[in-house]
Ligand binder design. Structure first.
Ligand code: EPU
Length: 412
């Protein structure tokens, strides 16, 4: 799909934030840990979630969706994860521990998703091996056999996906587990909360060290997917790029506090626990030095959006990407096509903000694609963003939502 954006229109109005992709994906994978029904509400209707539902069906789960409510039940019948679907999304990696727990063995083709870096799975593998699982790396797939047994394990890096897999392995394993240096992302808190509701014994929810007593099979529950903080940050970035004012409903501002502090505080910005309001009259003199790092620091999934904003500002910004080695380069090049003044040195972009102009650009990943639309909203003239289906993997009706508050975007 192409997004044809006529820039320079002020945005004004209110937008609702929907359920978070990365929360829905990990919760859906965890439904495998029980045969009983798990009902997820606020589950976003996006391509990555559709593909995760296909993966669940492929391993034998019975899946039903009515609007934003998804019900999953039944025992998994196979632990051969189909390659043709697994390669479409990174979230397929999250099936590893749940399928292993229920089937005693699993073959997982290496997952796909955004090409933003090498994205190895060594921490997932190392953690499972520490739990006594036999893991063979076949180059393009992982074969795991065995049950996870209690151990103390410290992740060498607070990987989101590895934390999620190891929590599932421990909750459904045998014995006592202490997992330290766990990632702290809100999706992980949501996962542990849902597992506790399903009968798991987990102490330390929301902290980097978790004490977990394995309890085998869990039971059914109902859980509400948390609002998507990246969608919230993208909507806020859109109004910052174009000017105007926006009320954001159904969001959790504490989940994007680092973004709000570094970016939104340059403007009139107020929030409650579930809503945010921003008014943007003029661009700031840059955003200082933004450095991505695990939660609660500045989130890598908001880096591309802030790069676009920096390019539109009236001053200098440095943007350093510390998580994914290929996440800066492509958008720097695309923004340069729009007239941006950017130089890239290693993992840091130096951006001298100025007026941007419409151009033809292509998105290379989900957040990067959305960020190019953000830049286009603040640019003069018409920008065509060629998107190979990246944006719809994580955003519901992206163009329609922005048009509802005054943007001029056509899709073709
Ligand atoms: N890493 C390793 N070894 C591992 C696992 C990770 O070296 O075994 C490295 C990665 O290469 C990367 C860093 O650790 O440099 C962080 O990776 P992490 O495992 O935390 O990321 P992920 O689980 O693959 C999830 C989200 C991403 C988000 C990151 C960071 C899902 C499905 N994806 O990926 O979301 O950027 O956490 O917060 O949950 C997106 O939504 O657009 C997206 C890319």
């Amino acid at each position: 799909m192409d997004y044809i954006v006529n820039g320079g229109k002020k945005l004004c109005g209110s937008l609702d934030v929907y359920g978070a992709k990365n929360c829905a994906l990990t919760l859906l994978a965890a439904t495998i840990l029980t045969d009983e029904e798990v009902v997820l509400t606020n589950c976003p209707q996006i391509v990555d979630v559709d593909n995760m539902l296909l993966l669940l069906s492929a391993v034998g789960k019975r899946v039903r969706r009515v609007g934003n409510v998804v019900s999953v039940r039944g025992a998994p019948t196979t632990a051969e994860v189909p390659r043709d679907i697994a390669c479409l999304l990174r979230g397929s990696a999250l099936l590893l521990a749940p399928c292993l727990a229920r089937c005693g063995a699993v073959t997982l083709p290496l997952p796909g998703g955004c090409a933003i870096g090498a994205r190895p799975m060594d921490i997932h593998v190392d953690g499972l091996r520490a739990m006594g699982v036999d893991v063979v790396d076949n180059g393009d797939s992982l074969r795991c056999v065995g049950k996870s047994h209690g151990t103390n394990y410290s992740l060498r890096f607070a990987s989101v996906g590895a934390t999620e897999n190891l929590i599932c392995a421990a909750a459904s394993g045998v014995g006592e587990f202490v997992l330290s240096n766990c990632a702290l992302e809100p999706e992980i808190v949501a996962l542990t909360q849902m597992l506790v509701q399903m009968g798991a014994h987990i102490d330390g929810v929301g902290r980097s060290t978790l004490h977990i007593v394995g309890c085998g099979k869990l039971h059914g529950t109902e859980f509400h997917v948390i609002p998507d903080r990246i969608v919230a940050a993208t909507y806020l970035s859109s109004v910052i790029a174009s000017g105007g004012e926006l009320i954001l409903r159904n969001c959790v501002p504490s989940h994007f506090a680092a973004f709000a502090q570094s970016v939104c505080d340059n403007f009139t910005f107020r929030h409650t626990q579930t809503e945010a309001y921003i008014r943007v009259k003029r661009q700031p003199r840059g955003y200082g030095h933004i450095v991505t790092a695990p939660y609660p620091a500045f989130h890598t999934d908001m880096q591309s959006q802030v790069l676009s904003l920096a390019a539109l500002s009236r001053g200098r910004t440095y943007v350093t990407e510390r998580l994914f080695e290929n996440r800066l380069r492509h958008n720097c090049q695309m923004l340069q096509r729009m007239g941006a003044e950017i130089s890239l040195l290693g993992d840091t972009a130096r951006v001298d903000g100025r007026r941007l102009y419409g151009a033809e650009v292509t998105s290379a990943d989900l957040r990067g694609g959305a960020a190019l639309v953000v830049a286009a909203l603040g640019a003069e003239g018409t920008t065509v963003v060629h998107d190979e289906g990246h944006i719809s993997r994580g955003y519901v009706g992206f163009a329609d939502a922005l048009c509802s508050v005054g943007a001029d975007i056509h899709t073709s």
